[in-house]
Design a protein around this ligand. Structure first.
Ligand code: SAM
Length: 215
């Protein structure tokens, strides 16, 4: 069997530190979380490779570097309640759960949410709440959130998510067309928002009321 702990260490050095991921808490969380358990057994030997992988239902688990960039941009310190839109495999939720107080994660596809919930519970991550539904609408019953991460590509920054963010909170979201996006960090300020553009990226669609309409 592959030495997964060694594969994780190599991932940290060659894919993350080498590309200027510097937040020690993010690096430690990604060294700890067993990414291979979040992909199908047939793909586990590729779990620490430098790319996204299919998780079924035409969806993907994001590339480790992209998970690291998005997580670092949230600037979590440990006390936060964080909303994740797009549970997918559950891997990103596991990483977030190591870095904040509570994760609220929404997935549109029930089968993925159920599967992620099962793995996360088996791994002992017990500070995560799950919901099946349209995350482009947020999770109004649990708002406001200290940080929001959208892990699917959106045509625009949904206003409804900004309304569910605390003042000073960060919303990290890929925005663009259906083929390529820019990772944006939107910080809620007294006077509105501050928007920063980070790396180019390619995500599956955020499908929903405030995302893309189904074709
Ligand atoms: N964060 C995931 C992980 O760690 O595996 C990867 C997410 S995958 C790139 C994007 C996910 O967003 C898919 O599972 C997709 O079904 C989900 N999705 C798309 N539109 C959504 C919506 N409106 N609400 C919730 N989830 C959505």
């Amino acid at each position: 069997m592959k030495d997964y702990a060694a594969a994780r260490k190599e991932m940290i050095e060659k894919q993350l530190k080498a590309r200027h991921i510097t937040d020690g808490r993010v690096l430690a969380a990604m060294e700890e979380v067993p990414r291979h358990l979040f992909v199908k057994p047939a793909l586990q030997h590729e779990a620490y490779d430098d790319n996204p992988l299919p998780i079924g239902h035409c969806q993907t688990i994001s590339q480790p570097y992209m998970v690291a960039v998005m997580t670092e941009l949230l600037e979590l310190r440990g006390h936060e309640r964080v909303l994740e839109v797009g549970t997918g495999s559950g891997y990103q939720a596991a990483v977030l759960s190591r870095l904040c107080k509570w994760v609220y994660t929404i997935e549109a596809l029930e089968a993925l949410s159920v599967n992620a919930g099962k793995i996360l519970r088996e791994c002992g991550y017990d500070n995560i709440s799950f919901k099946v539904g349209d995350g482009s609408r947020g999770w109004p019953e649990e708002a406001p959130f200290d940080a929001i991460l959208v892990t699917a590509g959106a045509p625009d920054v949904p206003d409804t998510l900004l309304k569910q963010l605390v003042l000073g909170g960060n919303l990290v979201i890929p925005v663009g067309d259906r083929f390529s996006q820019t990772l944006k960090r939107v910080t809620k300020t007294e006077s509105g928002t501050k928007v920063e553009r980070h790396t180019g990226c390619r995500f599956v669609d955020l499908v929903g009321e405030f995302g893309w309409k189904k074709l």
